[in-house]
Design a protein around this ligand. Structure first.
Ligand SMILES: [Zn+2]
Length: 177
């Protein structure tokens, strides 16, 4: 288990375009395990390889289980890992609050598609497709942006729609990506 350091917005690596993964061997498995370990340690929703300083096109997302008001599980916990992701369809649009593990202490308002279809490969190179709506669609877009050197800071609906959050604020507890 290796928890890696999450680099932050001032690091120029986050502005690079990541390289397509062509080797689906042990190195990729280790990288993805490190992404999971680092994501769990940080308590976030998703993490892309460039956020640990590795310019490879891969990210992981964990959607927490959802419960109704009686505590019954309506959605189980879902984990996604994708290599060489590409967004093939976007539908709908909404303004959503977003946070990034590489921009600690802030939240901002961005516009995101509400329904997204992505395709890519699994850890063995086999083609996969995922469809995501709402928060999951937002995470698909956020993490894929990281692979292209884009941060949510670039997508704010207006420059004043970025604000600091303090640890312990309800908003600061919302998982970042
Ligand atoms: Zn992020």
């Amino acid at each position: 288990m290796t928890v890696r350091t999450i680099i932050t917005a001032e690091n120029p690596l986050l502005r690079e375009k990541s390289k397509k993964v062509t080797q689906f061997g042990a190195g990729l498995q280790t990288l993805v395990q490190d992404l999971w370990d680092t994501l769990y340690a940080a308590g976030g929703l998703g993490l892309a390889a460039p956020q640990i300083g590795v310019l490879q096109r891969v990210w992981v997302i964990e959607m927490p289980a959802e419960q109704d008001e009686d505590g019954n599980e309506i959605e189980p916990l879902r984990r996604y890992v994708i290599v060489n992701p590409e967004i093939v369809k976007r539908r709908g649009e909404e303004e959503v609050t977003e946070g990034c593990l590489s921009v600690p202490g802030y939240r901002g308002l961005v516009k995101r598609a509400t329904d997204v279809l992505i395709k890519g490969q699994d850890l063995h190179g086999k083609p996969v497709r995922y469809r995501g709506q709402d928060l999951l669609a937002q995470a698909f877009q956020h993490e894929t942006d990281h692979l292209n050197g884009v941060l949510y800071l670039d997508l704010l609906v207006s420059p004043d729609k970025l604000w600091a959050v303090q640890p312990g604020d309800a908003e600061a507890d919302e998982p970042a990506e």
